[in-house]
Write a protein that binds this ligand. Structure first.
Ligand code: AMP
Length: 278
């Protein structure tokens, strides 16, 4: 595995790489990221290409400067996870390479799903503009055939899909299911900031999603999620059932239950397919 610290190193690697399957991350990797990399490595192998992990904490997608400042940095451990998961390259660029001083890096036109649903878009103003900006920049620099994203960030996945369809239709977006701790908590780089007490409390989020899955209507499911969270002392930012692709509020064939909530001072998000059949 090669660590590529700048675009020049990536360009030297490219002729040996074949088709690239890209895994964009902000580092602080865990088993959820490892599953994306393992999947990427398999896809790359099938194409005779290479899986490349991108590690870059993107300042433009943080609406809270304190969250950016304290975002965990664990590069040595990250490189070990990349290697054991089958990555051939890890691109770790500097901020100045991604956002060259004095140059404007284009923010693409945002798709509706990045501005209309009133979920992450409403709670994190500017977040998806930053995500679309950096993802497009990744794609222009790395020129991947496939990019793998996690379902954990469901609205982000839909935003990236819609943006890529319009801006870079040659890039395939491959989704991967959410990896959870044995007790159900969705893995997240931010979980390490939970106190022991809040770690227990946070379980109410995955529990609420599970319980909601058995309800007969979206309204009932939303009420039940609210109840489970309130019982645990959590007041969610949202706990809703929406169309899975547009995240609009209407009953469709394919729906998703989504929750965002602050537990202590850690903001957590999670989602599942709704309803759970069977
Ligand atoms: P991050 O660096 O954590 O913002 O995320 C990098 C990629 O990993 C995104 O596509 C996330 O959706 C994905 N990801 C984060 N947590 C998980 C998880 N628990 N399971 C699967 N994918 C995840």
């Amino acid at each position: 595995m090669e660590t590529l610290n700048d675009i020049a190193a990536l360009d030297r690697f490219r002729p040996r790489a074949g088709e690239i399957v890209l895994i964009p991350t902000m580092g602080a990797l865990h088993a959820g990221h490892a599953s994306l990399i393992q999947h990427g490595a398999k896809l790359a192998e099938a194409r005779g290409g290479s899986c490349v992990v991108w590690i870059f904490v993107n300042p433009t997608q943080f609406n809270d400067p304190a969250d950016y400042a304290r975002y965990p940095k664990t590069l040595d451990a990250d490189l070990a996870i990349c290697k054991s998961s089958g990555a051939r390259g890890v691109f770790v660029p500097s901020k100045d390479e991604i956002y060259p001083p004095g140059r404007t890096v284009r923010v693409p036109e945002l798709p509706r799903v990045a501005t209309q649903p009133g979920l992450e878009d409403a709670r994190r103003p500017g977040h998806f503009a930053g995500v679309c900006q950096v993802v497009l920049r990744f794609f222009e620099i790395v020129k991947p055939k496939v990019a793998v994203f996690g379902e954990k960030d469901w609205q982000q996945l839909q935003v990236v899909r819609a943006m890529t369809r319009r801006e870079m239709p040659g890039v395939e977006i491959a989704p991967m299911p959410t990896v959870r701790e044995p007790d159900g908590l969705a893995m997240s780089s931010r979980n390490r900031f939970l106190t022991a007490e809040d770690r227990v409390k946070a379980l109410a989020i995955s529990k609420a999603l599970r319980v909601a899955g058995g309800e007969a209507s979206p309204k009932r499911a939303e009420a039940v999620m609210g109840d489970v969270l309130n019982e645990a002392g959590i007041s969610p930012e949202y706990a809703v059932v929406r169309d899975a692709e547009t995240l609009e509020e209407r009953e469709t064939e394919s729906q998703r239950a989504l929750i965002a909530a602050k537990v202590g001072n850690v903001r957590l998000i999670d989602n599942v397919a709704w309803p759970v059949r069977g």
